[in-house]
Design a binder for this molecule. Structure first.
Ligand code: ARG
Length: 458
């Protein structure tokens, strides 16, 4: 265990079990790169204030840059014995720049400022990654749409056969729409997020002017930090106690997860023998240890199953925050567990999902079988009658009675004679029925319905 950042006023050793309980490095090690950026800006401010000499600044900068390089190359290995990522990086600086110099790194700053800086940067970068992954998922739906072009598909309400929809623009397009909304939600989040530096513990910092200059220098240098808005703090009390952005991220993630879960529900249903609309890519299914015939939609089931965990992460942070007095409270450390777990889980799901969707094959024969159900066209028939001057209420009533008659007598409307049709008070003949009660007409007749699909996302 390395030297603590706060040992001075304590006489007794920290209880070992308690120390293990309170440490956060197992979750916050992921913030290493951002924490080093905080330190780089901070030492710039210390140099500007004359607290660090140019030489001291350069040595600290070199030491920090060395660790940052490890992070960028994926070679950074934290010690999970340490308290948190801030303490661990301090320790690493001590190892490379020596005790005396590293003792100056933490001058006039607090982990309260670091942790919110780091976590906001993390949210920014990971939401950007999420957005790219969502674009790939949209592209997979667009790929599916392209493969099945003009194919008609059965649309449901209440899980009951309803009306025919075009597979590409209607079904695949609906999911493209949903995930595009999610992408826009992320864009808005990224636009609004402001990362602050310079809060001190809660009361601000005497280095305000120095931070301003150091931040400018840092951003001008090839800092590699992607975040759009970084500013010197405007209200440190609010800043160190704010975790709204964590909740916003978890809200957005929860919505995306809900969309995924709904699609998975379709996938699970549509791959049953009962529906058989979808043939799922085998690489993403598993079998049964007992029943030799089984091909189970495990990926979709797991995604659906994980929804509770992601909602739980959102609820955990909302609840953790609800009673906290101003300003920073240690409770807030707990947000990392929920945040990083939800982010990495969703990213994992999206990466697999993009490939899974591309592998789905539609079973035209089975879909056509369902599309031959005349009930799917009852609405078109009623609407057609309206075009012939019948009031909709009457048309609805008559077509309803006609469908009921056919159901009771195991008949199909197309086989009824003109005379039988007339018995239902319908101004219809067999030719009308043939013209209207098919998927081509059903789709064509909807003038204001499905917009064209967008081009592939880049
Ligand atoms: N590990 C802590 C967290 O994630 C860092 C901040 C600690 N600050 C403090 N005053 N104890 O919240």
């Amino acid at each position: 265990m390395n030297k603590k950042l706060w040992g001075g006023r304590f006489k007794k050793e920290t209880d070992k079990q308690f120390f293990a309980f309170q440490k956060s490095i197992q979750y916050d090690y992921i913030l290493a790169g951002f924490d080093i950026c905080h330190s780089l800006i901070h030492i710039g401010a210390l140099k500007d204030a004359g607290i660090l000499s140019a030489q001291e600044y350069n040595s600290l900068k070199k030491s920090l840059a060395g660790i940052l390089d490890e992070v960028k190359k994926g070679k950074f290995v934290p010690s999970f014995q340490d308290e948190d990522i801030h303490s661990y990086i301090q320790q690493r600086v001590t190892e490379s720049a020596g005790d005396k110099l590293s003792a100056k790194l933490h001058t006039l700053r607090s982990r309260n400022d670091q942790v919110i800086f780091d976590t906001k940067c993390y949210c920014y970068v990971e939401m950007l990654n999420l957005s790219d992954m969502l674009k790939n998922v949209c592209n997979s739906f667009l790929h599916l749409a392209e493969m099945y072009g003009d194919m008609p598909f059965a649309g449901y309400t209440h899980t009951q056969r309803a009306q025919v929809i075009p597979f590409a623009k209607g079904y695949a397009g609906a999911y493209v729409n949903m995930f595009t909304r999610d992408i826009k939600r992320i864009d808005r989040f990224l636009d609004n997020l402001i990362v602050y530096i310079g809060s001190g513990a809660l009361a601000g910092s005497v280095l305000k002017k120095n931070y301003e200059r150091a931040l400018k220098d840092f951003l001008r240098s090839s800092s590699g930090i992607k975040v759009k808005n970084i500013k010197v703090v405007e209200n440190p009390v609010d800043n160190v106690s704010d975790r709204d952005f964590v909740i916003e991220v978890l809200q957005i993630i929860s919505l995306i997860q809900m969309h995924l879960s709904r699609f998975c529900e379709d996938v699970i249903n549509y791959s049953t023998a009962e529906y058989s609309f979808f043939d799922l890519p085998e690489e993403f299914c598993t079998g049964s240890s007992l029943m030799p015939h089984k091909k189970n939609p495990d990926f979709a089931e797991l995604v659906r199953g994980y929804t509770g965990r992601i909602y739980g992460d959102l609820l955990a942070v909302m609840t953790m925050m609800k009673g906290l007095p101003l300003t920073y409270n240690r409770d807030m450390q707990v947000d990392k567990e929920s945040l990083t777990s939800a982010v990495s889980l969703l990213q994992n799901e999206l990466l697999i999902m993009a490939r899974f969707i591309k592998g789905i094959k539609l079973n035209r024969q089975k879909i056509d079988e369902v599309l031959s159900d005349q009930r799917l066209y009852a609405t078109e028939l009623a609407e057609y009658l309206v075009s012939k001057g019948v009031a909709f209420k009457d048309a609805h009533e008559c077509v309803g009675a006609l469908i009921r008659f056919c159901e009771d007598n195991k008949k199909i409307i197309a086989d009824l004679s003109d005379k039988e049709l007339k018995d239902f008070n319908l101004n219809l003949n067999g030719l009308d029925v043939k013209k209207v009660m098919n998927s081509g007409y059903a789709i064509r007749s909807k003038k204001a319905s499905f917009k064209n699909l967008p081009g592939m996302f880049k």
